[in-house]
Design a protein around this ligand. Structure first.
Ligand code: NAD
Length: 339
């Protein structure tokens, strides 16, 4: 039997994998994926990563017997799927794991409308005045959801409970969804709050750019838990400075993979000091913007969801090696042999 390699390991995940695949050797790395440090890469048949560890063709080449990459996330844009398929490697994700991300969307809407982050920063400075902290209700506001899959649909349900009017756009509308489908153009024109809940694909890269911001209502609020590159960062900064966007809660940033220092080492080709991390963070002007609330990609991160994510990750490995893969987002097409 071969080995399973786990980057950013977690004791619960290790337990689940050992139970699911007792005959496989488990090799765990506490940090982000760094193939250069793997001692016997030819043993590895399964690889577990998270969104913080991108996997490219060179990483796959370093593990010549790799058969499956499974990511502890729904999004899989950090894995070069085309390169994986070209090497006969199956890629799996965790398609759903409960309401954590949808609930986080609502938390961020409330944080923006009630200026919770600004109020908190002020009180830390011993400033208990309330001027500038007047908020807005969610009730009665028009929420535009971009992408009505598992997360977007649940955001819609929760938003309705707050009395919001929910409109949405999706190339594949859900027939029974209790919301009004509109074009992206109409959505950006009408929404008072926009929640981005679609995947990062070639078609969604920078789908919210300068042209879309120009059509938005002045004072719109934006919550992005999808992927940073769905919005054009420079255009968002422009729209914030113009006052078109009154506030943005961003759990994801374009280029966020550069922020952990371990990844910087490989990107910059040398050992970075704190200054390198600081420079990149500051280049992302958004992080310092007073009307922007940035979180470090934690929408999924609850006790409940992590358990479900690790359970499904182990299950993905087990079912793959049993010959019946679950959650495969890309698998090599094998020609069936006709008699
Ligand atoms: P999903 O696959 O269930 O739904 C995605 C929806 O987006 C689908 O209905 C799809 O048709 C739609 N879509 C595709 N292209 C679109 C377009 N051009 N315009 C509008 N809609 C489009 O996925 P999900 O579980 O709802 O997750 C959505 C995304 O959220 C993931 O791909 C991932 O990037 C992100 N995510 C982030 C976190 C986090 O912690 N921040 C956690 C989970 C997922």
């Amino acid at each position: 039997m071969g080995a399973i390699f786990v980057s950013e390991t977690d004791p619960t995940l290790e337990d689940f994998i050992e139970t699911a695949l007792p005959n496989y050797k488990l090799i765990c790395q506490p940090g982000l994926l760094d193939v250069a440090t793997i001692k016997s890469p030819e043993e590895i048949e399964g690889l577990c990563v998270t969104v913080r560890s991108p996997v490219n063709g060179a990483d796959m080449d370093a593990m010549p017997n790799l058969k499956i990459i499974t990511t502890g996330s729904t999004g899989f844009d950090h894995i070069d799927v085309k390169e994986a398929v070209a090497r006969d490697i199956t890629v799996c994700n965790v398609a759903r794991y409960g309401p954590a991300v949808a609930e986080f969307n609502i938390a961020q809407m409330l944080a923006l409308t009630r200026k919770v982050h600004t109020a908190y920063m002020q009180t830390l400075q011993n400033d208990f005045t309330i001027s500038g902290l007047k908020g807005r209700n969610l009730s009665g506001k028009v929420l535009g959801i971009i992408g009505t899959g598992n997360i977007g649909l649940h955001v819609g349900k929760l938003a309705k409970a707050f009395g919001m009017l929910v409109i949405a756009t999706d190339p594949y509308p859900m027939p029974d969804a209790d919301l009004e489908y509109v074009t992206l153009d109409e959505l950006v024109r009408r929404s008072e709050i926009i929640a981005i809940c679609c995947p990062l694909l070639l078609e969604t890269h920078h789908m919210i750019g300068r042209a879309e911001f120009e059509k938005m209502r002045h004072g719109v609020l934006i919550v992005n838990t999808s992927r940073g590159a769905v919005m054009d960062t420079q255009a968002l900064v422009w729209a914030l400075d113009q006052g078109i966007v009154a506030g943005a809660a961003l759990d994801v940033l374009e280029g966020e993979v550069l922020l952990p220092s371990a990844r910087l080492t490989s990107v910059l080709g040398g050992a970075p000091g704190q200054d390198d991390v600081k420079t990149i963070a500051e280049d992302l002007t958004l992080i310092r913007h007073p009307r922007v609330l940035v979180t470090p990609h934690i929408a999924f991160f609850t006790v409940d969801s992590i358990d479900a994510i690790w359970r499904q990750t182990a299950e993905n490995l087990k079912t793959y090696f049993e010959g019946n893969p679950t959650n495969a987002v890309a698998a090599p097409i094998r020609q069936s042999v006709q008699p």
